[in-house]
Design a protein around this ligand. Structure first.
Ligand code: SF4
Length: 190
């Protein structure tokens, strides 16, 4: 386990533990406040994220920013955003189970250092990995689970909302519930 976020980030950015290191342009470690009480976790970087080295910076990221900003959250101040895998899977395919497993140690260390109170899974892959393998995200998004002393919720992936805009209001309901939960359990002023 790491004591320093900077050392963790340095080592992660040199990682070659799975095949995704061969096709990446950048390791997308994460962005935000390292002491955030709310941690968002997606599945992996896409093309724009791979180019810029930052999670959720394409059209999906812009939609995510709109929704988080609407509940007074901001990637530059009071939340942290990371992914299950830190390198882009080719053609944006789902990360393979072995790639997810190889990469999980980086995320485990991020979680141990950030110590969030609330984790929000962005999309099915993250929810299956972090909440339960058989989660039905279309039915169980917006529900708060308790696991390993974290409060954890899944919401629909922003890219899925771009494909199905009719689901945006339901996803936004999740963010309103998240705001209520933050008011209930978080200590810092958000
Ligand atoms: S995806 Fe994760 S485990 Fe694989 S090379 Fe990138 S940082 Fe390492």
């Amino acid at each position: 386990m790491y004591n320093s976020f900077d050392e963790l980030e340095r080592d992660c950015k040199a990682c070659k533990k799975c095949e995704l290191c061969k096709t990446r342009q950048n390791v997308v470690f994460g962005v935000g406040n390292k002491k955030a009480e709310v941690l968002f976790i997606g599945e992996g970087p896409g093309e724009n994220e791979d180019i810029k080295g930052e999670p959720f910076v394409g059209r999906g990221g812009q939609l995510l920013d709109k929704m988080i900003n609407a509940v007074e959250l901001d990637r530059n101040t009071n939340i942290y955003i990371a992914n299950i895998v830190k390198c882009r899977p080719p053609q944006n395919r789902d990360p393979l189970p072995e790639e997810q497993e190889a990469c999980m140690d980086w995320l485990r260390n991020q979680i141990a250092l950030i110590k969030p109170k609330i984790i929000v899974c962005l999309g099915r892959i993250s929810a299956m990995k972090l909440i339960k393998p058989d989660i039905k995200i279309t039915k169980e998004h917006g529900i708060f689970f308790e696991k390993n002393n974290f409060i954890i919720m899944a919401t629909l992936h922003p890219a899925a909302l771009l494909r199905n805009p009719a689901n945006k209001p339901a996803a936004f309901e999740d963010f309103l519930k998240l705001r209520e939960k933050i008011n209930e359990v978080c200590e810092h002023t958000y």
